[in-house]
Design a protein around this ligand. Structure first.
Ligand SMILES: Nc1ncnc2c1ncn2[C@@H]1O[C@H](COP(=O)(O)OP(=O)(O)OP(=O)(O)O)[C@@H](O)[C@H]1O
Length: 264
């Protein structure tokens, strides 16, 4: 698997004015990497992720997955939305089976894959429940394994933990990491949270507020599972915070932006 983002730009036209959100963004993601896109609110993280997903088209440049240009959504890319976006009228089982039906996986194989995924997420026995009967953590696990059900080449996640409070968020980050370690699917994730980026990523790509350029492509080579109290962990986080502060000072000194970046 190789994902290449090549000179991607995106221009929106608002009130007859051009608004450049992304300009010449390029980077590659290799097999099994967990890559995070981090940057100030409005810098274009979600726009870039949805272009990779094929939900919208770039104004310039291209996305290549295994050398083929991405033009529309496809089963080779799984997507996890911030609010999980589970189908409320379907049980856990039907939610997970849905992408497999869409990609016409044979019935016998679907059942086998369903059991495998339920085991990975420790959700055995919960398959008949509906989303409203699940805790936040369970919903997140269902959303994660549903996105993996069609065996995507790359999993795209847009603030998958954005809707949960701080303490729950740390627990879910640990769960997400342990699920990911069992499967090792390539991930590109959007987050606002510097600690989350260090906890989960092999690489953190920091984007600037103006014209969504890449400010830094930071490697995180700490052993997993990560220990938030470890000296190297703390050092990596401080380095990332410094990069973000530079990004913010360059672009804006807005307190709101700092709050959104979870620098507190
Ligand atoms: N469909 C659209 N039409 C016009 N402008 C848009 C559209 N989608 C996004 N934008 C603008 O593009 C910019 C980037 O938005 P995007 O959602 O990608 O940022 P983000 O970095 O994900 O922000 P946040 O972290 O707050 O979610 C914003 O200024 C937004 O208003």
């Amino acid at each position: 698997m190789e994902l290449k983002i090549e000179n991607v730009s995106k221009v929106f036209i608002n009130d007859h004015n051009d608004h450049t959100v992304l300009k010449d963004v390029s980077f590659s993601v290799s097999e099994g990497q967990f890559v995070t896109l981090l940057g100030p609110s409005g810098c274009g993280k979600t726009t870039l992720l949805t272009i990779i997903a094929g939900f919208q088209v770039a104004s310039g440049g291209m996305i290549l997955l295994n050398g083929r240009q991405v033009a529309k959504p496809g089963p080779d890319r799984g997507f996890v939305f911030q609010n999980y976006a589970l189908f409320p009228w379907m049980t856990v089982k039907d939610n997970i089976l849905y992408p497999m039906k869409m990609s016409k996986v044979p019935v016998k194989e679907r059942e086998q894959r369903l059991q495998e995924l339920l085991a990975i997420a420790q959700l055995e026995g919960k398959e008949k429940l509906y989303p409203h009967q699940l805790s936040g953590g369970m919903k997140q696990r269902v959303a994660f394994i549903r996105a993996l059900a069609g065996r995507p080449e790359v999993l795209l996640m847009d603030e998958p933990l954005g809707a949960v409070d701080f303490q729950m968020r740390q627990i879910l980050q640990e769960e997400l990491e342990s699920l990911w370690l069992k499967d090792k699917t390539t991930v590109v994730m959007v987050t606002h949270d510097a600690d989350e980026a260090i906890y989960l990523s092999d690489r953190v790509i920091v984007m600037s507020a103006r014209e969504g350029k890449i400010l830094e492509d930071m490697r995180v080579e700490l052993p997993r599972p990560r220990d938030r109290k470890d000296k190297e962990y703390v050092r990596s986080k401080e380095r990332l915070m410094d990069i973000l502060k530079v990004a913010i000072n360059k672009e804006s000194d807005s307190a709101e932006m700092e709050r959104k970046l979870c620098l507190a």
